[in-house]
Design a binder for this molecule. Structure first.
Ligand code: MG
Length: 255
């Protein structure tokens, strides 16, 4: 065998090893790791549990109150009243399933910043008006910046307004992924998004989007993937992240 050929094979082998190492997706705990004793969705405990198992990310949902407090919540409605149309004081008597009060984003970041492995994946929820949503984006960016975590978080949203505002207003290297699952990767890349975070059904329906996203330099995250077969399918597709309610199952599948 000629030396040139041996060298070429060595290079190809190294490349394959590197590609393989990069294709192992990061585990994102959906609404934190909440399906475990003592936790609840969007609680501080769910972040602590995600950190404890070494998840690469912990997803959370945020709204802003009328007096400017960013809080964690998924539905945005408590006792029939919208969180973004009430004050923080209106939430004082509410308790999560694990007994925690509704966490402020500030308190959440205070726990997150004490470690470096588990990244908060911050979902800015669509608000009841553009003004409320813009206020949520500004306040969230500000709190992350004050916690010195600009480079250690990522942002996601179903709202294109929120995403575009994050891109326009956030730090230069901000990571923003769109959740809507209805825009081709190439178009997202052209608009300054750094990733897509799509429903697994949409990705199965548009399998060309895996390669299109990679070619456009976008990171691929897929939600909400709770069964082993779907996890294996996405690992095979070389996605960057998988968002799941079963982070320990995904960790076992990845081993
Ligand atoms: Mg969410």
């Amino acid at each position: 065998m000629k030396i040139g050929k041996i060298l070429w094979m060595a290079v190809a082998l190294c490349g394959a090893v590197v590609a393989n190492a990069q294709s192992k997706p990061g585990v994102i705990a959906h609404r934190g790791y909440w399906k475990t004793p003592g936790a609840a969705q969007n609680s501080i405990a769910s972040l602590e549990k995600a950190i404890a198992i070494g998840a690469e990310g912990s997803e959370l949902d945020v709204y802003i109150t009328t007096d400017g407090v960013v809080v964690l919540h998924h539905d945005g409605v408590i006792d029939g009243k919208l969180i973004d149309e009430g004050t923080y004081a209106d939430l004082q008597n509410e308790k999560l399933a694990n007994g925690e009060p509704i966490p402020t984003f500030e308190a959440y970041l205070d726990v997150a910043r004490k470690q470096k492995h588990t990244k908060p994946i911050i979902e800015i929820k669509p608000h009841s008006s553009k003004d409320r949503e813009d206020a949520a984006v500004t306040a969230a960016l500000d709190l992350v910046h004050k916690a010195k975590m600009d480079k250690r978080v990522e942002y996601i949203s179903f709202s294109r307004n929120a995403c575009e505002r994050l891109i326009a207003q956030g730090p230069k290297k901000i990571k923003v992924a769109y959740l809507g699952s209805d825009i081709a990767p190439k178009e997202l890349a052209e608009q300054g998004y750094t990733g897509l975070d799509y429903h697994i059904g949409a990705m199965r329906n548009h399998e060309n989007w895996f390669d299109e996203a990679k070619a456009a330099g976008l990171e691929i995250n897929v939600w909400t993937v709770n069964d082993e077969a779907s996890m294996k399918y996405l690992i095979g597709k070389g996605v960057d992240y998988i968002t799941t309610d079963e982070p320990e199952l995904l960790q076992r599948v990845l081993k």
